[in-house]
Design a protein around this ligand. Structure first.
Ligand SMILES: Nc1ncnc2c1ncn2[C@@H]1O[C@H](COP(=O)(O)OP(=O)(O)OP(=O)(O)O)[C@@H](O)[C@H]1O
Ligand SMILES: [Mg+2]
Length: 253
């Protein structure tokens, strides 16, 4: 079976700052893969590399069997053109800590925007899907609201619907609940849980250890640009083998 994401010795630097120092990991199709680790350890950078937003400096990174940012012909690698990169990025949905909705568009217009603008889909088709997706995230009655008229948790659920509207094969979540008031976190996690149940492949950077334990198939603990420990959530979260993992968990649990 082809891995949905495969990283082999991935390195990334920003000028003199060496951020990813040889990341090896594999995410299987339908897997919920939780990434945890202290601030600055490189979690967001790694997600951005998967999504072609950052170029890696060394190693190999592939999504669904295809190298990120390159095309291989024989032994040679050719860098993809911007247009080709944009095309591949469409297959990957990304949800950030801040919801980044278009403020001048209603919820449903936000969800319709990419299919209509990027895929040139007919508005009626995009609207029908957007209605279905808003219903799925529990916001059928908020379709006409502007982002400013929605709570943070509702905005985040619109952002998830918006990402799903492009029918991605992989969803990346970067601390999707950490900007939310505690009472709004549960609804967003419920939506993510239902996505997981439907078999979506998901990489989730999170501080929600309960979610990682209940929904995650794997947990990876990253520190200082390396994978320190990886395994089943039960093992990593309740029985960590490494001191660094123990010390991190003692602070967040
Ligand atoms: N565009 C950039 N230019 C320079 N340095 C960067 C850039 N992006 C990230 N970094 C640096 O890379 C390191 C890792 O950052 P990253 O955002 O990946 O960490 P993180 O694990 O997501 O942290 P957090 O939990 O705080 O979100 C940090 O030291 C950061 O300052
Ligand atoms: Mg981050």
């Amino acid at each position: 079976m082809t891995a949905m994401v495969k990283a082999e010795g991935v390195h990334k630097s920003f000028g003199p700052t060496h951020v990813l120092k040889g990341i090896d990991l594999e995410v299987a199709p339908r897997e919920v893969f939780c990434l945890i680790g202290p601030s600055g350890s490189g979690k967001s950078t790694f997600l951005r590399c998967i999504n072609h937003l950052e170029k890696i400096n060394a190693g190999r990174l592939s999504v669904d069997g295809e190298l990120v940012g390159y095309r291989q012909q024989g032994n040679k690698l050719y860098e993809l053109k911007d247009r080709e990169v944009a095309e591949k990025r469409r297959d990957i949905g990304m949800v950030f800590q801040r919801f980044n909705l278009f403020p001048h568009m209603t919820a449903i217009e936000n969800v319709m925007e990419a299919p209509v603008q990027v895929k040139r889909e007919a508005k009626a088709v995009a609207r029908e899907r957007a209605e279905r997706l808003l219903d799925r995230v529990g916001l059928a009655d908020k379709a006409a609201n502007y982002p400013a008229q929605l709570s943070g948790g509702q905005q985040q659920r619109v952002a998830i619907a918006r990402a799903l509207a492009m029918e991605p094969k992989l969803m990346l979540f970067d601390e999707p609940t950490s900007a939310l008031d505690p009472e709004l976190v549960g609804d967003v996690l419920d939506v993510m849980r239902s996505l997981a149940e439907d078999g979506m492949t998901m990489i989730v950077v999170t501080h929600e250890m309960g979610f990682a334990r209940e929904v995650g198939d794997s947990v990876v603990f990253m520190d200082d640009g390396v994978v320190v420990e990886a395994g089943h959530p039960r093992e990593v979260l309740t029985n960590p083998r490494h001191e660094r993992t123990k010390s991190f968990l003692s602070k967040v649990l």
